[in-house]
Design a protein around this ligand. Structure first.
Ligand SMILES: C[S@@+](CC[C@H](N)C(=O)[O-])C[C@H]1O[C@@H](n2cnc3c(N)ncnc32)[C@H](O)[C@@H]1O
Length: 242
């Protein structure tokens, strides 16, 4: 997974610029799906720059800071300065193997746009499940496809696949579904983001392949217009330790 580490090192400084239009919505739906109460303690695994965690902390009026767990020091750099956020530099596997005492302090967990990056998902989920207390909950949010870049394969093609991993680990799946959010995308900003490999999957493409994809997007979607209303979709799934 060296390309994942290199990818986040390369894009960390611009990450919030690429994605900030999604943050309010992602924070809102995370609070809703996890039914967060001020007394809950939340850890955000693969929490990156911590922007969403800080918004969740404010929106849910949480009594304690959100723990942002992420292996990338560059992504965590802005997180450490945000209100309502604590940081831990660790992968999901490091968290399970080296910090079980930290896991036990939290009752709600969220993973936004990152389980597809976990190298041993099946084994990690099973080990994570064992460390939780009955009633603890994990919300997974995954982007089903790279927006209008449908040729790129994503790791999960359906909610069933994610549910299967969770059930195999022992979780009971309480609720699942989709959320969507429309946003006016700037052509200039979106193409800039694609050229700078805003999605992990793009880091495996050559410049030529990126340019071909952008050309296709321009012809079929933006049609040369400076702005385009596009919809982002999110898979949502809440798993509970029984
Ligand atoms: C697409 S970003 C999502 C960041 C944040 N959750 C958000 O939605 O803005 C994926 C994050 O997962 C982190 N990551 C990569 N591999 C990981 C692993 N094995 N365990 C935990 N986090 C990982 C990356 O460093 C990156 O910050």
């Amino acid at each position: 997974m060296a390309h994942v580490q290199g990818h986040y090192k390369a894009i960390a400084q611009e990450y919030d610029f690429f994605y900030d239009h999604m943050y309010e919505e992602l924070a809102e739906i995370s609070c809703k799906w996890l039914k967060l109460l001020p007394t809950d303690s939340l850890a955000d695994i693969g929490g990156g720059t911590g922007a969403i965690s800080s918004l969740i902390w404010k929106k849910a009026n949480l009594g304690q800071p959100v723990l942002v767990v992420d292996p990338s020091p560059d992504m965590l750099e802005p997180a450490s300065k945000r209100e309502g956020v604590l940081t831990l530099e660790a992968t999901f596997d490091d968290l399970i193997n080296s910090y079980p005492h930290i896991i036990s302090k939290y009752n709600k967990f969220v993973c936004i746009g990152c389980i597809h990056l976990f190298p041993h998902l099946e084994a990690s989920m099973a080990a994570f499940y064992k460390l939780l207390k009955p009633g603890d909950q994990l919300l997974i949010v995954e982007h089903p496809e790279v927006l209008v870049w449908k040729d790129l394969k994503t790791r999960f093609n359906s909610l069933d696949e994610i549910e299967e991993y969770l059930k195999q680990a022992g979780f009971s799946v309480e609720e699942r579904g989709e959320e969507s959010h429309s946003h006016s995308y700037s052509r200039e900003k979106y193409f800039y983001s694609l050229r700078h490999r805003c999605y992990t999957a793009l880091s495996l493409l050559t410049d030529k392949e990126i340019e071909l994809g952008i050309k296709k997007l321009d012809e079929t979607v933006f049609k040369g217009e400076p702005f385009k209303e596009l919809t982002d979709y999110y898979y949502m799934i809440v798993a509970t330790k029984t």
